[in-house]
Design a protein around this ligand. Sequence first.
Ligand SMILES: Nc1nc(=O)c2c([nH]1)NC[C@@H]1CN(c3ccc(C(=O)N[C@@H](CCC(=O)O)C(=O)O)cc3)C=[N+]21
Length: 291
Amino acid sequence: MILLDGKKTSADLKVEIAESVKKLKTEGKKTPHLAAILVGTDGASMTYVNAKVKACELVGFNSTLIDLPEETSEETLLKEIQNLNNNNDIDGFIIQLPLPKHINEQNVLMAVNPDKDVDGFHPTNVGKMTLDLPSFLPATPFGILELLERYNVETSGKHVVVIGRSHIVGRPMSILMSQKRPAGNATVTVAHSRTKNLKEFTLQADIIIAALGIPEFLTGDMIKDGVTIIDVGITRVEDATKKRGYRLAGDVDFKSVSPKSAFITPVPGGVGPMTIAMLLKNTLLACERKS
Ligand SMILES: Nc1nc(=O)c2c([nH]1)NC[C@@H]1CN(c3ccc(C(=O)N[C@@H](CCC(=O)O)C(=O)O)cc3)C=[N+]21
C-alpha cells in the first residue's frame, strides 16, 4: 500500500509556485493576488479560508479576505463581486461555499468574471472544461489529477467509479478522467444516492473516487485487491477525546480499505491540501494570462 501524500505533494507544488512568483518579480511583472469572500462564520469554512490566506503568504502572493456577516443580502454580495471583477490588482477570487440559504448560489457564481474564476465554477469554465478547452479546472478535481500523475497511477483504460455527482467534485472528476489527457482515458461510472447495488460497481473498480460526504462509507468488503482509492470526504465528527472536540473523517473506512489498496489518500493530508495548492496554481495562471 502506497500513501498518496497530499501534504508532501502540495508542499512541493507550493515551492514550484513560489519559484514562479520570484521569476515574475525579476521580470518586473505583477505579484499574483487572490481574494476570498466568506459569508458567515461556519467553523470549517473559516478554517479553509484561513488556510488559503496562509498558503498565499507562503508562496509570495498577495491576498485579500473579505469577511461578510451571515445576514448579508444577495445584492450586497453581488456588489462585492463586481468590485473584485473591476479591481485590476485582483487576478482571481473565490466565494467560499456553502453560502447562507437566503442567497442563490447560481446567481452568485454567474456574477464572477470567468477570467478571474479560479475555482472554475462559472458555467463558461465548466463548458470549456467539458470541451477540453483552456479553462480553470475546479481545484479539488485538479488536485486529484495532479496526485495521480505525480505518483504515476495508471488510469488509461482503467475503470473509475466516482461516488457522488456534486458540481464541485464528482461531476467534473467524471468528465476529466474520461477525457484524453494525463490521468485520463479512463472508463468512468458515476454512482450516486439513487444507484442500486453500488457494491456491484465498486467491486469492479480499479480506481474509486469517494466524494459523497458520508463518513467512512466505503468499506473493505466493497473493493477488490489492488484498487486505488481517492478519499474526498472531510467531515468533522464529534470526538470528546480530541482537543478540538472533533476528528476529521473521510468517506473511506481507512482501516478496512487500506490493506487491500495499491494507492490510497489519507484524511487529513490527502486531497484537502491539494485543493489549496491547485487554487494557488490557478491564481498564478490567471496572473500570467493577463501579462
Ligand atoms: N468556493 C469554494 N472553493 C473550495 O475549494 C471549497 C469551498 N468553496 N468550500 C469548501 C470546500 C472544502 N475545501 C477544502 C480545502 C482544504 C482542505 C484541507 O486542507 N484539509 C486539511 C485539514 C484541514 C482541517 O484541519 O480541517 C487536510 O485534509 O489535511 C479541506 C477542504 C475547499 N472547498
